[in-house]
Ligand binder design. Structure first.
Ligand SMILES: [Zn+2]
Length: 181
């Protein structure tokens, strides 16, 4: 009995996503950044309390929603918290890739000071690029991933995803396996 309960639980956490997470991604897509931000903030808070592996990405998405909602002062602490959690986990390749993207996005919006703060956080906490561990995963020129996660609706960024095996990436937001097309 115990074992089957455990398996059921595992199945439900890997193959389905919480309705709140789905809604947050939907609101993001519809441009309702304020509502999306509030939901991502709640999800990030809950995930962090549980020490969940998705907490960094939920913070980063909360930051992105606040940035798109023209609230850079609220966005910045979320970006920092997300990156700090990745740093604490020693996930330096992720810190580097995600950090670079956030810096670019901030610069595109003329948020130079915020961009410098994030660049400094990333630069001060990651090894030199040459020393970053090589990630497992396929040659990205040979695989195509869906644009969105089927389970939670979150965006899939091929350059940033982590790979479970040579054909399967992992959704950053809900942990569902994403099969290459
Ligand atoms: Zn997902």
């Amino acid at each position: 009995m115990r074992r089957s309960f455990g398996m059921l639980f595992q199945r439900s956490t890997t193959l389905t996503a919480s309705p709140a997470l789905r809604r947050a991604h939907e609101m993001m897509n519809m441009g309702d950044y304020a509502q999306a931000a509030m939901t991502f903030e709640q999800l990030a808070h809950t995930a962090e309390m549980r020490d969940g592996p998705r907490a960094p990405y939920l913070h980063l998405q909360a930051g992105r929603a606040r940035m798109l909602n023209s609230q850079p002062a609220v966005a910045l602490p979320h970006f920092k918290r997300g990156l700090e959690l990745l740093i604490a986990d020693g996930r330096y390749t992720q810190v580097y890739k995600v950090g670079q993207r956030i810096v670019q996005e901030l610069k595109l919006r003329g948020l130079e000071r915020e961009a410098r703060e994030i660049a400094a956080l990333v630069g001060g906490n990651t090894p030199a690029t040459a020393d970053l561990p090589t990630e497992r995963g396929p040659d990205m020129a040979t695989v195509v991933l869906p644009t969105h996660c089927e389970a939670c609706g979150g965006p899939i960024r091929p350059s940033e995803v982590e790979w479970l095996d040579m054909h399967t990436a992992e959704c950053s937001y809900c942990g569902s396996p994403i099969r290459a097309l």
